[in-house]
Design a protein around this ligand. Structure first.
Ligand code: MG
Ligand code: ZN
Length: 373
């Protein structure tokens, strides 16, 4: 390069860098505008990029999650393992801390750590959890409980009663009613003014107040075995109830069984569950598009099955998958975001960054100063 040209190129680079820095400064000034009042976090358990793309292929490019303009890749390793489980991954997303596989809401040394849902409660927001598993299962439990082992489902159920969560919908009725300790937590829920629903029609009739919808003794059935629109209806109901709160809300919705299809190496199971999960994503995105103050984040806790799509099948709409494991894999998972603050999600991030960004966007870092925990 000639010396003159070199100087011109250098000048262009400097101008670009300076204006970039000025833009970032301007962005900071606009940060208030970019603060969501509500956050809906949707977690497809075990939904890696292949699971999403298999569903994309099966629906012939008709997924709601692809409407999100901001995308990041999320590292999922846990404190003690390159390959995480749902407890450690849920804890990382919910609390911003890595822990050992199997542990929920605690550091490896058993120090309890508060979740984004607990912060939201403390700062007066409405809160909710929805899942197609038992509501006491690892992913939803990470947002509400602190236990050493994910299998402590009766203790997790008990900890629902020591929070002030407004809406929770899923399976797991038996963890509240048929307990080794003989406690009847359904009575406790009723005495705390929860509307307790055991069926979808009962749930749909609740039009205000707190809701505990425990629709199945344990997990919900597979979508292919009659679950129907449970996840979409539950997501819509949770949004209806939570959005009545003037202070805003935090809602986590889990498509729990994409993971189980992966463990079974059953691509139809994976695809049906991913499409069903995506319908719930559509409900959240439609609300956010109307409401304008809602950030929607769609991601996964980890990939399951080591799925690849090695056959050309986009035209037929029948994806052919090849699984490389019956367990989880270490590969980063995608994150899709839309709404105020969604531009904060880009690049290769850590699963703990999801908590940190939500915490910051809700303004809890400012509110939390001086509060002892
Ligand atoms: Mg899960
Ligand atoms: Zn799993």
């Amino acid at each position: 390069m000639k010396r003159n040209n070199f100087i011109i190129v250098l000048a262009i680079i400097l101008t670009t860098v300076t204006s970039y820095a000025q833009n970032r400064k301007a962005d900071k000034g606009n940060e208030k505008k970019n603060q969501p009042k509500n956050i809906i976090l949707l977690i497809g358990d075990g939904m890696g990029l292949s699971q999403m793309y298999a569903a994309y292929t099966a629906t012939r490019d008709n997924l709601n999650m692809t409407r999100c303009p901001n995308i990041a890749l999320v590292k999922t390793f846990s404190d003690n393992d390159y390959i995480t489980d749902s407890a450690a991954a849920g804890t990382a997303i919910a609390t911003g801390h890595k822990t050992n596989n199997g542990m929920i809401g605690m550091l490896p040394d058993k120090t309890k750590v508060p979740s984004i849902l607990k912060y939201a409660e403390d700062f007066g927001l409405a809160t909710g959890l929805v899942a197609t598993s038992a509501i006491t299962h690892a992913t939803p439990a990470s947002f509400i409980a602190c236990v050493e082992g994910r299998n402590m489902t009766e203790e997790i159920a008990r900890q629902f009663l020591i929070t002030d969560i407004d809406v929770f919908i899923g399976g797991g009725y038996d963890n509240f009613s048929k307990r080794a300790d003989g406690l009847n937590l359904i009575d406790s829920l009723l005495s705390r003014k929860y509307n307790v629903a055991r069926t979808i029609p009962e749930m749909m009739e609740v039009n205000g107040g707190k809701l505990a919808a425990l629709l199945y003794p344990n997990h919900a059935p597979k979508f292919s075995e009659g679950r129907g629109d449970m996840l979409s209806l539950s997501t819509a109901k949770a949004i209806d109830l939570l959005s009545m709160d003037e202070n805003g809300f935090f809602l986590m919705v889990e498509g729990s069984q994409i993971d189980w299809g992966g463990h079974d190496n059953d691509l139809n199971y994976v695809v049906n569950e991913t499409i069903d999960f995506d319908k719930a994503c559509g409900i959240a995105l439609e609300f956010a598009e109307r409401n304008k103050e809602t950030l929607v984040i769609i991601t996964a806790d980890h990939e399951t099955g080591g799925l690849s799509l090695p056959v050309k099948e986009l035209v037929s709409g029948s994806p052919v998958g090849k699984f490389s494991t019956g367990d989880h894999s270490a590969i980063p998972v995608p994150l899709y975001a839309r709404g105020p603050g969604s531009d904060q999600f880009f690049g290769l991030i850590d699963n703990t960054d999801i908590f940190k960004t939500m915490y910051h966007l809700f303004g809890f870092d400012v509110l939390d100063k001086g509060l002892k925990r």
